[in-house]
Design a protein around this ligand. Sequence first.
Ligand code: UDP
Length: 213
Amino acid sequence: MTLLFGVYGASGCGRGILPLVRDEVGGQDVRLVFIDDAPASEWQNGQEVWTFERFAAEPAVRRVAVLAIANSRVRERLDRRCREAEIEIAGTTAANVVVMDDVEIAPGALLSPFVTLTSNIRIGRCFHANLYSYVEHDCVIGDYVTFAPGVHCNGNVTIGDHAYVGAGALIRQGLTIGAGAIVGMGAVVTKNVPAGATVVGNPAHPMDKRSSC
Ligand code: UDP
């Protein structure tokens, strides 16, 4: 019996993460598949796509899943689902990621190429740090937080669970981004962001729900 390794989510995020997982498990006696609850095809990028039920049922000495789905609420649900089925949650780290000193990361973090985490940082479950994002010293990041590509998170920033930070956003040192907050693409955040708020622009300001694009 082999070790089963599943990349959960066979869409954009999963296809971006698959090569990192391949690099990490290469050479071991591992069966690598995608897991997807609504598979568009039986194969994706050279790997079979299995349903969760199949992944949980195939004979294996050990089952491990990487949650490669950008939606943090879905990640939380699938994290629970996997653990209830005794499927371990793993993360993956690109070969060129820089992690400096005293960085504690809970299981499930996906650290894409060119990510840098400096020193004295705490990060919760299933963090996604997309291409070229950085997290500076003394940041505290909650569970199921998502960074799109190129997020600049400066020192002493606290980020609540399920916050989403858009591509290229810049967060000033010492701020708090509340749980479930959304920081828009390219925003320059100079003030604390309340839980659940959406901020956009430079300087970042609450999005006016009445305005249309
Ligand atoms: N998905 C799933 N189980 C769920 C929710 C989503 O397997 O409970 C899959 C869904 O079928 C899709 C992928 O996750 O293939 C999410 O893809 P999407 O393009 O929405 O987003 P991304 O890849 O950027 O996370």
